[in-house]
Design a protein around this ligand. Structure first.
Ligand SMILES: C[S@@+](CC[C@H](N)C(=O)[O-])C[C@H]1O[C@@H](n2cnc3c(N)ncnc32)[C@H](O)[C@@H]1O
Length: 466
């Protein structure tokens, strides 16, 4: 009885890291929030120390990433589809399941704190339900759950998707992309890599900063390094923005445009879809060193402002225009020597970083984006001088956004554009052990989280006929 009374206290103490994680997960589920944008502020507002901030991050990111798997576990333990569970209770159960199956949290702590969350955030009836479902989950070991979830899938594709917590259509798209380079056997390694938090990676803007002595150099990017686990914001601020947080793959594709061939002083470069400006900063540093000029364009004014901020560290005057990149070919025909088109895309190559992204994207997004990518690429080519160079980049390995867009543009150009060997350019920057798969007929390059520890960046380099 006294236990019941204690359970009914409305302000029962819940570890603050769990409250932060739950509230962010809930905003992601119900308000379309982005965990990577929301979580840092939530951690600060709650005054979490470093250890608790790490715990909140693991609770939040791990739960969101493995949601597909945990939903199957929950539906088996609850004996009903997750569609028939109150959405707030479902988020509490997902968070509890992650602690029981994905972290080393003691079962009783995971269950008790989840029950307390249910008491605070859900209905009275949800308390017993939460307790029952989570206790049911604790009765089988993580290995037994893997087996039972695998057995619950009707076919091999669904089994792989649910065990690796990816939507099935994404798994199929990854398989096709890996198969296109003769590496279908790497599919499970790729899915596993998507479920691991990437190390914080930095770029030292070339010519303006250098890697700190105690930092580990990147394997492939000559300007990249990983930190010592300290506060990344501090490293960025202390360098005046000349050191930036940036994925190694993003660094490599930006450098591919600037280093594919020697730069003539006075060249004009354009970053067509620049927001928030990570690659613009690299291009600007390279332009400064080589005596080239750079302009940037971005559709969304707030993101154009981020580009301006990213450029503050580089002593080069870079005009940032707010506009629709699909019109650049008409407004600035044949103006630029080099154009970076880092196209808006599904972002399926950055699932490690954006834990909820895999559940947000839908197959119907792909043709819509591919159409925009094709129009942007036509515009980028039209804005490039004869003899100039275009880098087409996506942070997605989906073939409809990568090779299909490029081959259509090359075909449509009727001989005006030819593809360069992007792999050779990347190996010139990154070294010969950059393994780009086994398809020798392909001129584009695809980086992968499991093989290169980068986001899955795609690069095609297009030369415009002189
Ligand atoms: C993949 S992001 C670019 C990332 C950036 N290069 C970086 O490294 O920080 C694509 C950008 O294209 C912008 N965008 C979308 N549609 C556009 C359009 N029609 N014209 C110009 N920019 C567009 C998006 O707002 C987004 O900021």
């Amino acid at each position: 009885m006294s236990g019941d009374i204690r359970r009914q206290r409305p302000d029962e103490r819940i570890q603050p890291a769990r409250v932060v994680a739950f509230e962010v997960i809930s905003s992601v589920s119900h308000e379309d929030a982005y965990a990577n944008l929301l979580l840092p502020g939530a951690i600060t507002s709650a005054g979490l120390d470093r250890a608790d901030a790490g715990l909140a991050t693991e609770l939040c990111y791990g739960t969101l990433r493995m949601r597909g798997y945990y939903d199957r576990v929950i539906s088996i333990a609850a004996g009903r589809s997750v569609d028939r569970i109150d959405p707030t209770v479902l988020d509490i159960l997902r968070l509890g399941a992650h602690q029981i199956l994905g972290m080393r949290v003691a079962d009783h702590a995971a269950v008790n704190e989840s029950v307390a969350l249910a008491r605070r955030y859900a209905s009275r009836s949800a308390v017993g339900f939460t307790n029952g479902v989570l206790r049911g989950i604790t009765r089988r070991s993580p290995e037994e759950w893997l087996r039972d979830v695998a057995e619950s899938a009707p076919d091999a594709d669904e089994r792989r998707a649910v065990l690796a917590s990816h939507p099935e259509w994404v798994v199929r798209a990854f398989r096709r992309s890996l198969a296109a380079e003769g590496r279908e056997a790497e599919l499970d390694a790729l899915l596993d890599a998507d479920n691991l938090a990437p190390a914080v990676n930095f770029a030292a803007l070339p010519g303006l900063a250098s890697r700190p002595d105690d930092a580990s150099p990147n394997r492939f990017s000559p300007v990249g390094f990983t930190g010592d686990g300290g506060d990344p914001e501090h490293a960025v601020t202390a360098s005046g923005g000349r050191i930036r947080v940036q994925d190694e793959g993003s660094q490599l594709v930006a450098l591919a445009l600037t280093r594919a061939r020697p730069v003539r002083a006075g060249e004009r470069w354009l970053d067509l879809c620049a927001g928030p400006g990570g690659k613009t900063a690299i291009l600007a540093a390279e332009a400064l060193a080589a005596g080239a000029g750079l302009e940037a364009n971005e559709l969304v004014p707030a993101r154009a402002e981020l580009v301006r901020r990213a450029l503050a560290a580089v002593p080069l005057d870079v005009p940032v225009r707010v506009g629709d990149g699909t019109t650049i070919g008409e407004s600035h025909p044949g103006r630029y020597d080099r154009v970076l088109l880092d196209a808006p895309c599904t972002g399926l190559g950055a699932l490690r970083r954006r834990p909820e992204a895999r559940w947000r994207k839908q197959p119907r997004d792909v043709p819509e984006l591919a159409d925009l990518q094709a129009r942007l690429l036509d515009a980028a080519i039209a804005a490039t001088k004869p003899g100039g160079l275009v880098a087409y980049v996506t942070c997605s390995p989906h073939l409809a956004e990568t090779r299909a867009v490029v081959s259509t543009a090359v075909r449509r150009s009727a001989g005006r554009v030819t593809e360069l060997d992007a792999g050779a350019v990347l190996r010139g920057i990154a070294g010969d052990d950059l393994d780009l798969g086994g398809d020798d007929s392909r001129l584009s390059a695809q980086l992968w989280p499991h093989r290169h520890a980068t986001d899955a960046m795609f690069l095609s380099l297009l030369a415009v006929e002189a």
